[in-house]
Design a protein around this ligand. Structure first.
Ligand SMILES: NC(=O)c1ccc[n+]([C@@H]2O[C@H](COP(=O)([O-])OP(=O)(O)OC[C@H]3O[C@@H](n4cnc5c(N)ncnc54)[C@H](O)[C@@H]3O)[C@@H](O)[C@H]2O)c1
Length: 245
């Protein structure tokens, strides 16, 4: 029960990696706050409540400041603090660069980068006040190796790495750590629809299988725990050895 008494807010948590992070932190005692653009967020929160913790659910878009401010202020009203923020919401629509429009580029940048900026901007002052915080940003191995048809995505996730390192330095004096997790291919609803595009990548994973949301959730839980209090500005790769080749 590493997280009993802690409050964790996870974005993009209705399904996929985000849902598994919620489940993992809740299993270890955290009260959780789910934020997702999908209606499914309410159903997921009901499922999580069965673990015996409190689970607040907000339907909202990470590119919408009002949605975020509402979620953060209602969370602070209820729990008085936010200990852990996981910026997980992200999209990865495959599109060859020569066909990519400015609108499609902006959409990925807005959800993946600006969403992380907005949420962190809203939550960091709450953590500073409480002199405690764990911020974990979900990036990708797309920051280490390139993937065709994902120029916008690769650029967005690289931005998150830069953001993570610089913010770690600024928030360290307040007992707030800021780290990133860089997964390789993970089995989620999102990658299910892109299975053809990632088939070759999956074949080249040395561990011989696709990653599971629980592989990422375990790493996030470690970074969110007190055992990781000396780790900040780090990027932890969770990819079955793909980028070690
Ligand atoms: N699955 C992978 O192979 C993989 C690999 C590396 C990194 N990642 C990253 O992990 C994160 C989660 O990926 P996933 O595979 O679980 O995705 P997914 O598509 O399965 O689930 C993403 C969740 O985020 C929500 N979401 C999307 N846009 C949103 C928005 N604007 N506001 C709020 N919620 C929004 C969706 O509704 C969904 O519930 C993403 O940041 C992704 O880039 C995934």
């Amino acid at each position: 029960m590493r997280f009993s008494g802690k409050v964790a807010l996870i974005t993009g948590s209705a399904m996929g990696i985000g849902k598994e992070i919620v489940r993992r932190l809740a299993n270890e005692g955290a009260n959780v706050v789910l934020f997702d653009v999908s209606d499914k967020v309410f159903e997921t929160a009901e499922e999580i409540k069965k673990l015996g913790v409190e689970a607040l659910a907000f339907k909202g878009d990470v590119t919408n400041k009002q949605d975020i401010e509402k979620a953060v202020s209602e969370t602070v009203e209820k729990f008085g603090k936010i200990d852990i923020l996981v910026n997980n919401a992200g999209i990865y629509p495959f599109k060859p660069f020569l066909e990519l429009s400015e609108e499609e580029w902006d959409k990925v940048m807005n959800v993946n980068v600006k969403g992380t900026f907005y949420f962190t901007k809203a939550v960091a002052p709450v953590m500073v006040k409480n002199k405690y915080g764990r911020i974990i940003n979900i990036t990708s191995i797309a920051t280490i190796v390139g993937f065709p048809a994902l120029t916008h995505y690769c650029a967005s996730k690289a931005a998150i790495v830069g953001f993570t390192r610089a913010l770690a330095l600024e928030l360290a004096p307040y007992n707030i750590t800021v780290n990133a997790v860089a997964p390789g291919p993970i089995e989620t609803p999102g990658t299910k629809t892109a299975r053809d595009a990632i088939e070759q990548i999956v074949k080249a994973i040395p561990i011989g299988r696709m990653g599971l949301p629980s592989d990422v959730a375990a790493t996030v839980a470690f970074l969110a725990s007190d055992e990781a209090s000396f780790i900040t500005g780090a990027v932890i790769v969770v990819d079955g050895g793909y980028t070690a080749q």
